[in-house]
Write a protein that binds this ligand. Sequence first.
Ligand code: SF4
Ligand code: SF4
Length: 61
Amino acid sequence: MYLVAVDAAKCEECEECVNNCPQAVFRMVDGKSDPYQSSECVFCETCLSVCPPAAITITEM
Ligand code: SF4
Ligand code: SF4
């Protein structure tokens, strides 16, 4: 199981993570990415590759 986190201070509000995660982990809340379904993450690393400021971190639990 993975814990997905977004550093809101780094997030540039591009929505690329929302649009590219195959597991629909992310949603936008107040303009920032919110990894609200972190438990669905399969560590495909797509979000890591599409996030311009590298605001996303994923930790194995
Ligand atoms: S690693 Fe893959 S499944 Fe996990 S949050 Fe990122 S895009 Fe979604
Ligand atoms: S891809 Fe990165 S910068 Fe873009 S909305 Fe997601 S977390 Fe924010």
